[in-house]
Design a protein around this ligand. Structure first.
Ligand SMILES: [Zn+2]
Length: 372
């Protein structure tokens, strides 16, 4: 007998279909609509993100990066001036604010900012200036004097810990980024043996290229016979010496003043460029003690065109009066190896220099000032 066809499969199919529709309807009415993918999660690239919920560190880093970049834009539009306008001052104060926020000390934003400084300085050095003297500001109290005939670095360092020995060092700037800078300099002057002024691996780049390094007593004593030490630790009178440089027909004339930071010997270099400009760099001269006997009489010996004092020097107005420079360019702001109470902001410098007897230009790292 032919079996009676059953209707069970058709019934099952209809039931499953109804269940699926019911489930879909229930989900659609009880669950929130899925947001668009772009809102659901941050893009992998934080520079395109606008949602940092539950990512406070990433938010701070990205905010710092944005402000560093904007500060640089403002400084480019409002370059170094003895009368900085409100926009330039605010850009410098914004940099102060970031460099005094210890949450940002070793972050990607700070590293990127420092790398940008090194690249910009290398770019600036690629072209000889049309003026007799260009002064380029580097990190901390580092400056590079660039003239049509010669380029001289003073106290340039990568910053960070233990760069003075190079052992277990933690620099802020990769050594590779310094190679183009060293390649465009003819000599290095180091004022005194502290991490924020003396960088051994950087000095070795100069020495390996046969370029002279001028150093204070007690620094890298066994490193290289190419290191020149114009003064002894006990010197009390300035020492005149010359540097023979391949770039120059006549040797470079330099005077080393036998200064101190506390009891540590600190050379103040007065460099006379082939173009006839005289630049005096203070190192970390503390501005007191027996050194005052010659420090306050420099004006009687030299006609200083540009004085580069560290911003927190004791008796700064008195010393500037004694040096009588045509222009003051302070340095040493925002030394990141110090705790924030002694990093020294640009706004602090601006207060300190208000009563100096010479015009003052406050510069940011990577900027330069042309001296006609
Ligand atoms: Zn220092």
């Amino acid at each position: 007998m032919k079996p009676k066809p059953t209707r069970l499969p058709a019934l099952c199919f209809a039931f499953a279909l109804c269940f699926a529709f019911a489930l879909a309807f229930a989900l659609a009415t009880t669950l929130p609509a899925a947001p668009p993918a772009a809102v659901a999660k941050d893009p992998a690239d934080p520079q395109k993100a606008f949602n940092f919920a539950n990512k406070p560190d990433a938010m701070l880093q990205e905010q710092a990066r944005v402000i560093y970049k904007q500060a640089r834009r403002v400084l480019e539009a409002h370059p170094p001036s003895a009368m900085p306008d409100a926009a330039r001052q605010l850009a410098l104060f914004a940099i102060d604010s970031l460099l005094h926020d210890t949450r940002l000390d070793k972050g990607a934003a700070f590293t990127g900012f420092m790398e940008d400084v090194a690249r910009r300085v290398a770019d600036t050095l690629a072209t000889k200036p049309a003026v007799p003297l260009r002064i380029i500001r580097f990190y901390n109290h580092g400056f590079i004097l660039q003239t049509p005939s010669v380029t001289l670095a003073i106290d340039i360092v990568r910053g960070g810990r233990r760069v003075i020995t190079g052992v277990d060092e933690e620099p802020f700037i990769d050594l590779e980024l310094m190679r183009p800078i060293v390649g465009r300099c003819d000599a290095l002057f180091v004022s005194h043996p502290h991490n924020d002024h003396a960088d051994l691996r950087l000095a070795r780049l100069f020495l390996d290229a046969g370029k002279p390094v001028v150093a204070p007593p007690g620094l890298w004593e066994n490193e290289s016979p190419l290191i020149i030490r114009p003064r002894s630790a006990g010197a009390t009178a300035p020492v005149d010496f010359t540097l023979a440089l391949p770039a120059l027909r006549a040797p470079l004339a330099v005077r080393a003043y036998p200064g101190h930071q506390g009891k540590t010997p600190n050379n103040l270099y007065a460099i006379t460029t082939p173009e006839g400009k005289i630049i005096l760099h203070s190192g970390d001269q503390t501005g007191g003690g027996d050194d005052l006997s010659w420090l306050l009489k420099i004006r009687e010996q030299l006609r200083v065109d540009v004085f580069l004092p560290q911003c927190w020097m004791a008796r700064l107005p008195l010393v500037v009066e004694g040096v009588a420079p045509a222009l003051v360019l302070p340095g040493h702001e925002n030394e990141m190896g110090h705790t924030i109470d002694h990093r020294e902001s640009y706004w602090q410098t601006m207060r300190r220099v208000q009563k100096l007897s010479a015009p003052v230009i406050v510069t940011a790292w990577g900027e330069h000032v042309d001296i006609p």
